[in-house]
Write a protein that binds this ligand. Structure first.
Ligand SMILES: NC(=O)c1ccc[n+]([C@@H]2O[C@H](COP(=O)([O-])OP(=O)(O)OC[C@H]3O[C@@H](n4cnc5c(N)ncnc54)[C@H](OP(=O)(O)O)[C@@H]3O)[C@@H](O)[C@H]2O)c1
Length: 256
């Protein structure tokens, strides 16, 4: 089965596409010949990526300013993507923020920001897409980007880990509620990948200790996500919903 060919001509809406994993997934979808609606707050970064996506083979590219923490911004961005491409096939809930504040020192505002973007924001995007699919009487696929921290813990990432545990449960509960609407909701749970979010950490000695605990003894390369992503984005996973797939070099099965 050629997974890339299954995505050709489909429309994929990706949040947090201005850098890191989101930008990589936008390039992957472009290379498959999909329409790519790439959304984030930094519209300038998205504009700079447009030519690249077109050159890779995207059927169409649309850059959208989006703040997932803002309900009206979510509504407007999804409506604009629908208007441009007619219908959406895949939603990728990738936008995320992290913090290294110790739990005791974390302000309520910082906690709200992390949960507001990572969990509430992903819910708002999923809900808006699902309402549209229900009205159009068609289905779709949602891929949430969770994390190994949705299952395990580490110091200094309490709010982030809580938000990702929420994403795991959101994936399962929405999968249950929306299966009758032919909406599939699955998630990828990446291990550690070197992106802007944790560049400082991977420049430190502490990161070497962490890498030793990953059974495959390396962090992820964005391309490691390609196969699992294409599986969840296409008809290849037509009987899968509520699944959370770790892509982590075995980090979740590391020995205690
Ligand atoms: N890197 C890892 O090791 C790792 C591991 C597991 C899971 N993840 C998850 O992977 C996803 C992508 O992270 P990354 O590592 O690629 O980090 P990144 O390079 O910092 O990307 C984060 C993206 O989220 C966007 N974003 C942040 N707040 C937003 C908001 N309010 N509205 C819309 N977009 C927003 C940012 O764009 P703007 O600033 O332009 O809005 C950016 O494009 C996140 O959900 C993260 O939790 C990462």
């Amino acid at each position: 089965m050629n997974l890339a060919a299954l995505l050709k001509g489909k429309t994929v809406f990706i949040t947090g596409a201005s850098s890191g994993i989101g930008a990589h997934l936008a390039r992957l979808c472009a290379g498959c010949g999909a329409n790519v609606a790439q959304a984030a707050r930094r519209i300038g970064e998205l504009a700079a990526l447009e030519a690249d996506l077109t050159a890779l083979g995207a059927a169409g590219v649309l850059s959208l300013r989006l703040d997932v923490a803002d309900e009206e911004s979510v509504r407007a961005a999804i409506a604009a993507a629908r208007e441009r491409f007619g219908a959406l096939d895949v939603i990728v809930n990738n936008a995320g923020v992290a913090s290294d504040a110790a739990a005791m020192d974390m302000s309520a505002a910082e906690f709200d920001l992390i949960l507001g973007v990572n969990l509430r924001g992903a819910f708002l995007v999923a809900r808006e897409a699902a309402r549209g699919w229900r009205a159009e009487k068609r289905g779709g696929a949602i891929i949430n980007i969770a994390s190994v921290l949705g299952f395990r813990q580490a110091s200094g990432v309490a709010a982030y880990a809580m938000s990702k545990a929420g994403i795991v449960q959101m994936t399962k509960t929405l999968a249950l509620e929306w299966a009758r609407h032919n909406i599939r909701v699955n998630a990828l749970a990446p291990g550690y990948f070197d992106t802007a979010m944790n560049a400082e950490f991977f420049a430190s000695e502490a990161s070497k200790v962490l890498i030793k605990r990953i059974p495959m003894r390396r962090i992820g390369d964005p391309g490691d996500l390609d196969g699992p992503f294409l599986l969840l984005a296409t008809e290849a996973s037509r009987f899968m919903t509520g699944a959370v797939i770790p892509v982590d070099g075995g980090h979740l099965v590391s020995s205690l």
